[in-house]
Design a protein around this ligand. Sequence first.
Ligand SMILES: NC(=O)C1=CN([C@@H]2O[C@H](COP(=O)(O)OP(=O)(O)OC[C@H]3O[C@@H](n4cnc5c(N)ncnc54)[C@H](OP(=O)(O)O)[C@@H]3O)[C@@H](O)[C@H]2O)C=CC1
Ligand SMILES: Cc1cn([C@H]2C[C@H](O)[C@@H](COP(=O)(O)OP(=O)(O)O[C@H]3O[C@@H](C)C(=O)[C@@H](O)[C@H]3O)O2)c(=O)[nH]c1=O
Length: 282
Amino acid sequence: MKILITGAKGQLGSEFLKKLNNNNNINLLALGKEELDVGNFEQVMEVFESFRPDIVINCSAYNQVDKAETEKELAYRVNAEGPKNLAKACEKYKAYLIHYSTDYVFDGKKEGLYTEDDPPNPLNEYAKSKLMGEKHIQEILENYLIFRVSWVYGEGKQNFLYKLMQWAQTQEYLRIACDEFSVPTSTNTIVEVTLKAIEQGLTGLYHLVNSGYTSRFEWAREFFKLKGIRKFIYPAYQSDFNLPAKRPRFSAMSNEKICKTLGIEIEEWEEKLAKDVLELGI
Ligand SMILES: NC(=O)C1=CN([C@@H]2O[C@H](COP(=O)(O)OP(=O)(O)OC[C@H]3O[C@@H](n4cnc5c(N)ncnc54)[C@H](OP(=O)(O)O)[C@@H]3O)[C@@H](O)[C@H]2O)C=CC1
Ligand SMILES: Cc1cn([C@H]2C[C@H](O)[C@@H](COP(=O)(O)OP(=O)(O)O[C@H]3O[C@@H](C)C(=O)[C@@H](O)[C@H]3O)O2)c(=O)[nH]c1=O
């Protein structure tokens, strides 16, 4: 089986590589953005023409939420045009496309966990570009799987835990939002569940997150406790930070649909975080 991974140098792409690299049944082509720019349609078609993948796992993204407000064109190129190009190529070469979207497609006004039936209403340019990416895929392809994930962390830098470690080194105490809620989700969980879904040839849109939900403040406290870092964390409000992009206050999603469909349980975020800190040194 031939699998193409795009955005392979990011935190999710790297986790897939760790898992799939030594599998003799898989012919893996993992390309970073220098080798394959998903926003370049001709380049995408060239890679498909020569490699002819059966499965494409799109880990590429423009993920800088605040910068996307001003670098709008680039954000849409990667997050909307990229998936569109990949979907067109998958349609032509009969490949199965796996793609990732975000909890930020929601506005955070629901009083409960978001399900796949809830209407999106993105608040910022990053989220609008990601929603557009979802829509392009759904319009072009039938053989696709879109997973909305949230607050992703792994062995990379594009995550909140990495930022916390940086802040802890440079600030006397931390001020962390206690009014912003979602689900911290491990790249390891995302890879495991994605591979199970691929095995079953699942198609459609699903929410894929660890179980439970929390605030940024509690997430930070739990993380520092697990790391043995004694640092005072002051509960602040989202509005204190005056960030360029608006973020939903409560975007926690339910993983019930994917769990029921695959007949699995997904670990609570605290348990998974404890394991990741211990085993991976996150
Ligand atoms: N990180 C998070 O908190 C969340 C992530 N997601 C989604 O999960 C998926 C995986 O994200 P994650 O691994 O965390 O993100 P990363 O930012 O770690 O990885 C994304 C990768 O895509 C690369 N990339 C950027 N532009 C292009 C391009 N034009 N062509 C090909 N590759 C490109 C990036 O390169 P470079 O860094 O050099 O620009 C980076 O290596 C994405 O779809 C993301 O939107 C959803 C919710 C939360
Ligand atoms: C500067 C600062 C921010 N904050 C809070 C408020 C703010 O909303 C939040 C921003 O953190 P980040 O920039 O890491 O978060 P952000 O990049 O918005 O994280 C999101 O990334 C994208 C890719 C997603 O799809 C989402 O699921 C989510 O993971 O942190 C603090 O608590 N303390 C601080 O000192």
